[in-house]
Design a protein around this ligand. Structure first.
Ligand SMILES: [Zn+2]
Length: 328
Protein backbone atom coordinates (compact mmCIF):
# COMPACT_ATOMS: atom_id res chain seq x y z
CA UNK A 1 0.00 0.00 0.00
CA UNK A 2 0.99 3.57 -0.62
CA UNK A 3 -0.44 6.89 0.39
CA UNK A 4 -0.83 9.72 -2.11
CA UNK A 5 -2.69 12.95 -1.64
CA UNK A 6 -3.34 15.16 -4.63
CA UNK A 7 -5.32 18.41 -4.19
CA UNK A 8 -6.10 20.54 -7.25
CA UNK A 9 -7.59 24.02 -7.23
CA UNK A 10 -7.62 27.02 -9.62
CA UNK A 11 -4.12 28.19 -8.55
CA UNK A 12 -2.25 25.02 -7.78
CA UNK A 13 -1.83 21.27 -7.89
CA UNK A 14 0.06 19.50 -5.13
CA UNK A 15 1.14 15.88 -5.09
CA UNK A 16 2.51 14.20 -1.96
CA UNK A 17 3.50 10.55 -1.82
CA UNK A 18 5.16 8.27 0.70
CA UNK A 19 8.34 6.35 -0.22
CA UNK A 20 7.90 2.83 1.13
CA UNK A 21 7.87 -0.25 -1.09
CA UNK A 22 6.58 -3.46 0.47
CA UNK A 23 6.50 -6.99 -0.99
CA UNK A 24 3.34 -7.77 -2.99
CA UNK A 25 2.51 -10.91 -1.03
CA UNK A 26 4.49 -10.95 2.24
CA UNK A 27 4.18 -7.20 2.87
CA UNK A 28 7.79 -6.96 4.07
CA UNK A 29 9.49 -3.55 3.77
CA UNK A 30 11.79 -3.68 0.72
CA UNK A 31 12.92 -0.04 0.62
CA UNK A 32 12.09 3.35 2.09
CA UNK A 33 13.27 5.25 -0.96
CA UNK A 34 10.92 4.27 -3.76
CA UNK A 35 10.11 7.26 -5.97
CA UNK A 36 6.38 7.32 -6.69
CA UNK A 37 6.05 10.81 -8.20
CA UNK A 38 6.70 11.65 -11.85
CA UNK A 39 6.47 15.25 -13.07
CA UNK A 40 6.06 15.75 -16.80
CA UNK A 41 5.36 18.08 -19.65
CA UNK A 42 3.73 16.83 -22.85
CA UNK A 43 2.65 18.60 -26.05
CA UNK A 44 -0.44 20.27 -24.59
CA UNK A 45 -0.24 19.92 -20.79
CA UNK A 46 2.03 19.55 -17.78
CA UNK A 47 1.35 17.65 -14.62
CA UNK A 48 2.19 15.15 -11.93
CA UNK A 49 1.58 11.39 -11.82
CA UNK A 50 1.28 9.40 -8.59
CA UNK A 51 0.18 5.81 -8.11
CA UNK A 52 -1.01 3.14 -5.74
CA UNK A 53 -1.12 -0.63 -6.05
CA UNK A 54 1.83 -2.42 -7.59
CA UNK A 55 5.08 -1.33 -5.92
CA UNK A 56 7.34 -3.31 -8.26
CA UNK A 57 6.71 -5.96 -10.91
CA UNK A 58 8.34 -9.36 -11.39
CA UNK A 59 11.41 -7.74 -12.92
CA UNK A 60 11.79 -5.34 -9.99
CA UNK A 61 10.61 -2.39 -12.09
CA UNK A 62 8.46 0.21 -10.33
CA UNK A 63 5.50 1.93 -12.03
CA UNK A 64 7.67 5.09 -12.13
CA UNK A 65 10.11 3.08 -14.24
CA UNK A 66 7.24 1.89 -16.48
CA UNK A 67 6.52 5.55 -17.24
CA UNK A 68 10.19 6.34 -17.90
CA UNK A 69 10.33 3.33 -20.22
CA UNK A 70 7.46 4.76 -22.30
CA UNK A 71 9.26 8.10 -22.40
CA UNK A 72 12.54 6.43 -23.45
CA UNK A 73 11.35 3.98 -26.03
CA UNK A 74 8.34 5.77 -27.55
CA UNK A 75 8.94 9.45 -26.76
CA UNK A 76 5.40 9.22 -25.42
CA UNK A 77 5.55 12.46 -23.45
CA UNK A 78 6.32 14.47 -26.58
CA UNK A 79 2.73 13.72 -27.64
CA UNK A 80 -0.66 15.06 -26.49
CA UNK A 81 -2.13 14.40 -23.07
CA UNK A 82 -4.88 12.21 -24.52
CA UNK A 83 -2.21 10.10 -26.27
CA UNK A 84 -0.28 9.84 -22.99
CA UNK A 85 -3.36 8.73 -21.05
CA UNK A 86 -4.40 6.18 -23.70
CA UNK A 87 -0.94 4.65 -23.94
CA UNK A 88 -0.31 4.51 -20.18
CA UNK A 89 -3.72 2.80 -19.78
CA UNK A 90 -2.91 0.17 -22.45
CA UNK A 91 0.58 -0.38 -21.02
CA UNK A 92 -0.89 -0.84 -17.53
CA UNK A 93 -3.37 -3.47 -18.76
CA UNK A 94 -0.52 -5.42 -20.34
CA UNK A 95 1.70 -5.15 -17.26
CA UNK A 96 -1.09 -6.25 -14.88
CA UNK A 97 -1.88 -9.41 -16.86
CA UNK A 98 1.01 -11.63 -15.63
CA UNK A 99 0.64 -10.28 -12.07
CA UNK A 100 -3.07 -11.13 -12.15
CA UNK A 101 -2.30 -14.61 -13.46
CA UNK A 102 0.33 -15.28 -10.79
CA UNK A 103 -1.07 -13.54 -7.70
CA UNK A 104 -4.79 -13.26 -8.49
CA UNK A 105 -7.10 -10.28 -9.13
CA UNK A 106 -7.05 -9.09 -5.49
CA UNK A 107 -3.31 -8.44 -5.61
CA UNK A 108 -3.31 -7.14 -9.20
CA UNK A 109 -4.91 -3.75 -8.51
CA UNK A 110 -3.35 -0.50 -9.65
CA UNK A 111 -4.20 3.19 -9.98
CA UNK A 112 -2.36 6.05 -11.65
CA UNK A 113 -3.60 9.54 -10.78
CA UNK A 114 -2.66 12.42 -13.09
CA UNK A 115 -3.01 16.00 -11.84
CA UNK A 116 -2.58 18.18 -14.93
CA UNK A 117 -2.73 21.74 -16.13
CA UNK A 118 -4.30 21.96 -19.55
CA UNK A 119 -5.28 25.31 -21.10
CA UNK A 120 -5.02 26.96 -17.68
CA UNK A 121 -7.38 24.51 -15.95
CA UNK A 122 -6.39 22.02 -13.27
CA UNK A 123 -7.84 18.58 -14.11
CA UNK A 124 -7.58 15.18 -12.40
CA UNK A 125 -7.45 11.95 -14.42
CA UNK A 126 -7.49 8.46 -12.93
CA UNK A 127 -6.44 5.24 -14.70
CA UNK A 128 -7.40 2.26 -12.58
CA UNK A 129 -8.73 -1.28 -12.63
CA UNK A 130 -10.48 -0.96 -9.24
CA UNK A 131 -11.45 2.64 -8.39
CA UNK A 132 -12.75 5.86 -9.95
CA UNK A 133 -12.59 9.53 -9.18
CA UNK A 134 -15.65 10.93 -7.34
CA UNK A 135 -16.68 7.43 -6.26
CA UNK A 136 -15.67 6.06 -2.86
CA UNK A 137 -16.38 2.43 -3.73
CA UNK A 138 -13.37 0.27 -4.52
CA UNK A 139 -13.49 -3.14 -6.13
CA UNK A 140 -11.89 -5.85 -3.99
CA UNK A 141 -10.67 -7.53 -7.19
CA UNK A 142 -8.98 -5.66 -9.98
CA UNK A 143 -10.63 -6.02 -13.40
CA UNK A 144 -8.76 -6.98 -16.56
CA UNK A 145 -9.65 -3.66 -18.17
CA UNK A 146 -8.21 -0.39 -16.93
CA UNK A 147 -10.65 2.51 -17.21
CA UNK A 148 -10.25 6.26 -17.10
CA UNK A 149 -12.22 8.72 -14.97
CA UNK A 150 -11.92 12.51 -14.97
CA UNK A 151 -12.63 15.22 -12.37
CA UNK A 152 -12.99 18.76 -13.72
CA UNK A 153 -13.46 21.92 -11.68
CA UNK A 154 -17.09 23.00 -11.52
CA UNK A 155 -18.62 26.31 -10.46
CA UNK A 156 -18.83 26.26 -6.67
CA UNK A 157 -16.64 23.14 -6.47
CA UNK A 158 -13.31 24.14 -7.87
CA UNK A 159 -11.22 22.50 -5.15
CA UNK A 160 -10.80 18.76 -5.50
CA UNK A 161 -8.77 16.46 -3.27
CA UNK A 162 -8.04 12.89 -4.24
CA UNK A 163 -6.26 10.35 -2.06
CA UNK A 164 -5.43 6.87 -3.25
CA UNK A 165 -4.07 3.94 -1.31
CA UNK A 166 -4.31 4.40 2.44
CA UNK A 167 -6.93 7.09 3.09
CA UNK A 168 -6.25 10.10 5.28
CA UNK A 169 -8.58 10.98 8.15
CA UNK A 170 -11.53 13.30 7.51
CA UNK A 171 -10.01 15.81 9.94
CA UNK A 172 -6.80 15.92 7.90
CA UNK A 173 -8.73 16.23 4.60
CA UNK A 174 -10.69 19.12 6.11
CA UNK A 175 -7.44 20.78 7.22
CA UNK A 176 -6.13 20.55 3.63
CA UNK A 177 -9.35 22.16 2.25
CA UNK A 178 -9.13 24.94 4.81
CA UNK A 179 -5.51 25.64 3.94
CA UNK A 180 -6.45 25.87 0.24
CA UNK A 181 -9.24 28.36 1.03
CA UNK A 182 -7.36 30.50 3.53
CA UNK A 183 -3.62 30.01 3.33
CA UNK A 184 -0.52 29.59 1.16
CA UNK A 185 0.49 26.63 -1.05
CA UNK A 186 3.26 25.95 1.46
CA UNK A 187 0.66 25.45 4.16
CA UNK A 188 -1.39 23.16 1.89
CA UNK A 189 1.72 21.08 1.27
CA UNK A 190 2.51 20.91 5.00
CA UNK A 191 -1.04 19.71 5.69
CA UNK A 192 -0.74 16.97 3.03
CA UNK A 193 2.61 15.84 4.47
CA UNK A 194 1.07 15.69 7.95
CA UNK A 195 -1.85 13.60 6.63
CA UNK A 196 0.55 10.99 5.18
CA UNK A 197 2.68 11.01 8.31
CA UNK A 198 -0.36 10.43 10.53
CA UNK A 199 -1.21 7.33 8.46
CA UNK A 200 2.38 6.06 8.62
CA UNK A 201 2.60 6.43 12.37
CA UNK A 202 -0.98 5.40 13.01
CA UNK A 203 -0.44 1.84 11.85
CA UNK A 204 1.92 -0.80 13.17
CA UNK A 205 4.06 1.83 14.91
CA UNK A 206 5.75 3.02 11.73
CA UNK A 207 6.30 -0.52 10.41
CA UNK A 208 3.20 -0.55 8.18
CA UNK A 209 2.99 -0.18 4.44
CA UNK A 210 3.30 3.65 4.35
CA UNK A 211 6.46 5.61 5.16
CA UNK A 212 6.41 8.83 7.18
CA UNK A 213 8.97 10.38 4.85
CA UNK A 214 7.44 11.87 1.69
CA UNK A 215 8.24 13.42 -1.66
CA UNK A 216 6.15 16.38 -2.84
CA UNK A 217 5.54 18.67 -5.81
CA UNK A 218 3.73 21.96 -6.21
CA UNK A 219 2.72 23.06 -9.73
CA UNK A 220 1.25 26.33 -10.88
CA UNK A 221 -0.61 26.87 -14.18
CA UNK A 222 2.63 27.69 -16.03
CA UNK A 223 5.18 24.93 -16.64
CA UNK A 224 7.97 27.05 -15.12
CA UNK A 225 6.13 27.12 -11.78
CA UNK A 226 7.19 23.74 -10.43
CA UNK A 227 8.72 23.18 -6.99
CA UNK A 228 9.57 19.80 -5.53
CA UNK A 229 11.27 18.26 -2.53
CA UNK A 230 11.73 15.51 0.02
CA UNK A 231 10.37 15.79 3.53
CA UNK A 232 12.51 13.55 5.73
CA UNK A 233 11.24 12.77 9.22
CA UNK A 234 13.88 13.96 11.68
CA UNK A 235 15.83 15.79 8.95
CA UNK A 236 18.43 14.58 6.49
CA UNK A 237 21.58 15.34 4.54
CA UNK A 238 19.89 16.34 1.32
CA UNK A 239 16.96 15.69 -0.92
CA UNK A 240 16.12 12.71 -3.12
CA UNK A 241 13.73 14.09 -5.69
CA UNK A 242 10.78 12.98 -7.83
CA UNK A 243 11.46 12.05 -11.47
CA UNK A 244 11.19 14.62 -14.25
CA UNK A 245 10.22 14.12 -17.92
CA UNK A 246 10.54 17.09 -20.32
CA UNK A 247 10.31 19.66 -17.51
CA UNK A 248 12.43 21.51 -14.93
CA UNK A 249 11.63 21.92 -11.23
CA UNK A 250 13.09 23.95 -8.39
CA UNK A 251 14.11 22.48 -5.05
CA UNK A 252 14.21 24.89 -2.09
CA UNK A 253 16.97 24.38 0.50
CA UNK A 254 15.23 26.06 3.42
CA UNK A 255 15.02 29.75 4.10
CA UNK A 256 13.86 31.94 1.25
CA UNK A 257 17.01 32.44 -0.80
CA UNK A 258 18.64 29.07 -1.46
CA UNK A 259 17.26 26.87 -4.21
CA UNK A 260 18.41 24.87 -7.22
CA UNK A 261 16.71 24.18 -10.52
CA UNK A 262 16.95 20.65 -11.88
CA UNK A 263 15.89 19.32 -15.27
CA UNK A 264 15.23 20.97 -18.57
CA UNK A 265 13.25 20.94 -21.74
CA UNK A 266 11.82 18.46 -24.18
CA UNK A 267 13.79 15.23 -24.41
CA UNK A 268 15.34 15.49 -20.96
CA UNK A 269 14.64 12.96 -18.22
CA UNK A 270 15.90 13.13 -14.66
CA UNK A 271 15.60 10.12 -12.39
CA UNK A 272 17.05 9.36 -8.95
CA UNK A 273 18.11 13.00 -8.50
CA UNK A 274 19.86 13.93 -5.29
CA UNK A 275 20.48 17.50 -4.12
CA UNK A 276 22.57 17.98 -1.00
CA UNK A 277 24.52 20.78 0.59
CA UNK A 278 26.84 18.69 2.75
CA UNK A 279 28.07 15.11 3.05
CA UNK A 280 26.36 14.30 -0.25
CA UNK A 281 29.18 11.99 -1.24
CA UNK A 282 28.39 9.58 1.61
CA UNK A 283 24.79 9.12 0.43
CA UNK A 284 25.40 7.85 -3.10
CA UNK A 285 28.30 6.59 -5.18
CA UNK A 286 29.01 5.31 -8.65
CA UNK A 287 29.20 1.52 -8.80
CA UNK A 288 31.61 0.55 -11.61
CA UNK A 289 30.29 -3.04 -11.72
CA UNK A 290 26.62 -2.10 -12.05
CA UNK A 291 27.62 0.97 -14.10
CA UNK A 292 25.12 3.14 -12.31
CA UNK A 293 24.78 5.42 -9.31
CA UNK A 294 23.84 3.51 -6.17
CA UNK A 295 22.13 5.09 -3.19
CA UNK A 296 23.09 3.50 0.11
CA UNK A 297 20.28 2.06 2.21
CA UNK A 298 21.65 -0.08 5.04
CA UNK A 299 19.24 -1.72 7.48
CA UNK A 300 18.79 -0.08 10.89
CA UNK A 301 20.91 -1.92 13.48
CA UNK A 302 18.09 -1.74 16.03
CA UNK A 303 14.87 -2.52 14.15
CA UNK A 304 16.09 -3.81 10.77
CA UNK A 305 14.10 -1.31 8.69
CA UNK A 306 15.82 -0.05 5.51
CA UNK A 307 17.40 3.30 6.45
CA UNK A 308 18.25 5.52 3.44
CA UNK A 309 21.64 7.19 3.87
CA UNK A 310 20.03 10.59 3.17
CA UNK A 311 18.06 10.27 6.45
CA UNK A 312 19.65 11.43 9.70
CA UNK A 313 17.51 9.01 11.75
CA UNK A 314 15.70 5.70 11.33
CA UNK A 315 12.05 6.80 11.05
CA UNK A 316 10.74 3.67 12.78
CA UNK A 317 13.07 3.94 15.80
CA UNK A 318 12.39 7.67 15.98
CA UNK A 319 8.69 6.91 16.35
CA UNK A 320 9.40 4.28 19.04
CA UNK A 321 11.64 6.72 20.96
CA UNK A 322 9.04 9.48 20.89
CA UNK A 323 6.32 7.17 22.13
CA UNK A 324 8.57 5.77 24.88
CA UNK A 325 8.98 9.39 26.03
CA UNK A 326 5.22 9.94 25.97
CA UNK A 327 5.35 12.47 23.16
CA UNK A 328 2.70 12.72 20.49
ZN1 LIG B 1 15.26 1.47 13.39
Amino acid sequence: MTCNILPAWPYGIIGVSDRRLTGLVAGDIRTNRSTKITIFRCADAHGVIVYNGIGADENGLTPSQWLLHLADTEKLFDRSLSDVLDRVRDDLEIRLRPLRFKYGPKAARHTFIFGVWQQGESILHCLSNYEQLRDTTELAEGTEAVTESVWLAEPGARTRIVATGAHPSLANLRAISEAIAKSTPDRVKARCIKAVRDIAYGRSAGRGSVSATTQWVFMGPNPDQVWFGHDIVGGGYGQELPNLINIAATVPFGGTTMSAQIGGGIGMEIKDAYAGIETASSVSHYDPVKQQVVFDEPKCGTCGTPWPASHAFCEVCMYDDQHANGED
